[in-house]
Design a binder for this molecule. Sequence first.
Ligand code: AMP
Ligand code: GLY
Length: 421
Amino acid sequence: MNILVLGGGGREHAICWAVRKSRKCRSLFCIPGNAGISEIAVCKNLDLNKKNELIKFCKKQEIDLVIIGPEQFLEDGLSDYIKSKGIPVFGPSKKASKLESSKSFAKRFLIKNKINTAKYKEFKSFNSAVHYVSVTKYPIVIKADGLAAGKGVIICKNKREAINGLDEIMKKKKFGSAGKKVIIEEYLSGFEVSYFAFFDKNGFAKLGYALDHKRAFNNDEGPNTGGMGCFSPTKKMTKKIQNQIEKKILIPTSLGLKKDKLVYRGILFFGLMITSQGPFVIEYNVRFGDPECQTLLRNLQTDILKIIDYNLKDKLSDLTIRNKKQSVVCVVVASKGYPGNYKKNKVISNLSKAKSIEGVEIFHAGTALKKEKVISSGGRVLAVTAQGNSIVHARKIAYKAVEAIGWKEGFFRNDIGQKNV
Ligand code: AMP
Ligand code: GLY
């Protein structure tokens, strides 16, 4: 098969890496890709707003399957468009993507299907929201309804923080039209898990879970990021919790989709909070997580193209996905200053040395090539993953590789995989 992957982050590098391992893959292309992806796929710079150019490219390269990485393309209806041109595509429709692109839609779906989620209210009017936060109990969580690159969530300890948050989202329009409506919900405590399963018209197949580290700095301090590192598995995810996730979340989600005649084909990412009352859904995401994807695909044994084939044919219920029984730790190395301002175009050296350490794979995110040298070109730059017999073992290898990389302008967290093991 000739495969095209859309996106250029660490997640897409990991997808390309997994696709490359499949015997079914003949040629692999990526738009736009990055320096790491260009080692295993032909990267092409093409403006994806020009959808007809994309289709021309697919026809010319005889693409048999397009795999979409980022959520924005899905919200923009790119999956529907590619499908309408007769090209098989992995990534849910615009309609199904509302599970991520509208928090209010997702909340209504969860409540309707009796899936545990934080109690909430939604507001379109700033004044009504301000009135509510003046009388409610704290802490609370305020969320912009639409896509905000993972940044539209504010946890508020008191009324002052809440009014500030509402002002940023609704008045100053920090997240543009994503903040026309807000969700205000109760604060859930417990530990967070990113859980993944492929869903189709008839059922689902479980992939696995990883624990993300959202804050920029050690001990969960500093601003929220896209994710600074992951690990999987953890003893905290007991059989009992995993059974509860299946019974109380995965099955009702699948039944709810059927009831609503909402066909979802693709990977579904459940942001969960495991509370003392069991698992609660914080959010749905309609794509792989980043860096969760880099972490989980390291252990995937089943051919990813076989999974996608079953997914597109609505046969997932016939498939059990197999994973290696190894532990994986993924440490993200980012440009100093991320998620705020940072410098670009800095040379990164010793990548081959770091990659040659047994058990290590390095996935690139914001990297580019300049005169055959790898340079930084984004906030999150590398996802260094290591496989080991235990989290402690994998951690040791991952940090050995991180330390081997020559890039003074980069920073990383030292505590990935230290908690919750
Ligand atoms: P989201 O963008 O919805 O993933 O939210 C970002 C982060 O905010 C989550 O990963 C959680 O750490 C936190 N969060 C969101 N909703 C809640 C909630 N109801 N209770 C506690 N933490 C939350
Ligand atoms: N790492 C969390 C996400 O991809 O949304």
